[in-house]
Design a protein around this ligand. Sequence first.
Ligand SMILES: Nc1ncnc2c1ncn2[C@@H]1O[C@H](COP(=O)(O)OP(=O)(O)O)[C@@H](O)[C@H]1O
Ligand SMILES: [Mg+2]
Length: 374
Amino acid sequence: MAETALVIDNVDKIYRSRRKAPVHAVKSLSMAIAKGEIVALLGSSGCGKTSTLRMIAGFEEVSTGGISLAGRRIEQLAPARRNVAMAFEGYSLYPPLTVRDNIAFALKSSNTPAPQIAKAVEEIARLVEIEAILDRYPSSISGGQQQRASLARALVRRADLYLLDEPMGQLEPQLRSVLRGRLKNLLVERGMTSIFVTHDQTEANALADRIAVMEGGVLQQFANQKELKDRPANLFVATFIGEPPMNVFDAAVENGERVRFAIANGPALDFAAAEVPEPVRNAIGRRGRAVIGIRPHSVRLGTGDHQARIVSNQWLGDQSHLAMDVAGKLMVAVSHAPVAAKAGETLRYQIGVQSLHVFDAETGAALSHGTEAA
Ligand SMILES: Nc1ncnc2c1ncn2[C@@H]1O[C@H](COP(=O)(O)OP(=O)(O)O)[C@@H](O)[C@H]1O
Ligand SMILES: [Mg+2]
């Protein structure tokens, strides 16, 4: 087991002000991050990502809860005493300093010898492709360049933890993908424990060892990419992770000689009890309703007991995306071979019980997952 670097223990953040209603931005957040681990905080705007980073760095107080880093309690320490390097969402470079001096700033105040500082600054500037503008001032460079300068300023430091808030959000896709690769190499090579914020799943998947999915101030699931896809903890994660999103339907459930999930007044997915994995049967128990989830990649097309009308059929160059009408709701299916059928025609399909996800109709919590990786 790897050594633990950061422990966030039951942290809440409530912003209070005299004029406005309080905002409960982060709710009972607990997570532990291993030394050298790269973690993505993934979630939509306003879900509490920046608040979480700012509490770890010390720019916001925790309302309640504790934070430990490298074996010390840090939530009461001043930011400068936490040994955390942060690249801010809004860059916050010092306007009177050149890009070079901005990047070198923390190293200078740590008494690093000048030649060593110069070398480290050049190295990191090359990595983020800003060598040519090191002697410019922040006001005379573009937003994307400021963002890279801010990233360089954090990465150049020696710290116990690196917090990167949407570090590449302003960059165009090509540069972004190149930098992503270089950033990953740097973090891995130097064993830098890091948390970066993103709302881009591809970026989270490409960079992170584990992904923390947040929504409404609540950590929904903290797991690796495969686990999030194969075993989503609830309906939010199930439909948030994966492209195209998981199909979900309300279903009436029968658990007897046959196990049936009936979708509205449409088709029933109907299985002989013996086919249904034990955990699925146990999880659905006697409940009469559930939400079922089917990944688009798990719908088998052109064969099977069911038929649906095709609403649209798009060939994307390497895969087909089909939208089909199932009991008045859309079901999206993905096929890696072209599908000849046109909109308006009907097509047979099959859904294996092995790829069925079942969720509690009231709480949205996952009850069981098929055994087939989708
Ligand atoms: N200083 C603040 N005062 C009051 N509310 C805030 C403050 N900062 C953030 N919030 C609110 O807290 C919630 C979470 O914000 P934030 O952490 O910035 O989310 P994210 O980074 O995921 O977009 C939002 O509702 C936001 O409006
Ligand atoms: Mg933010």
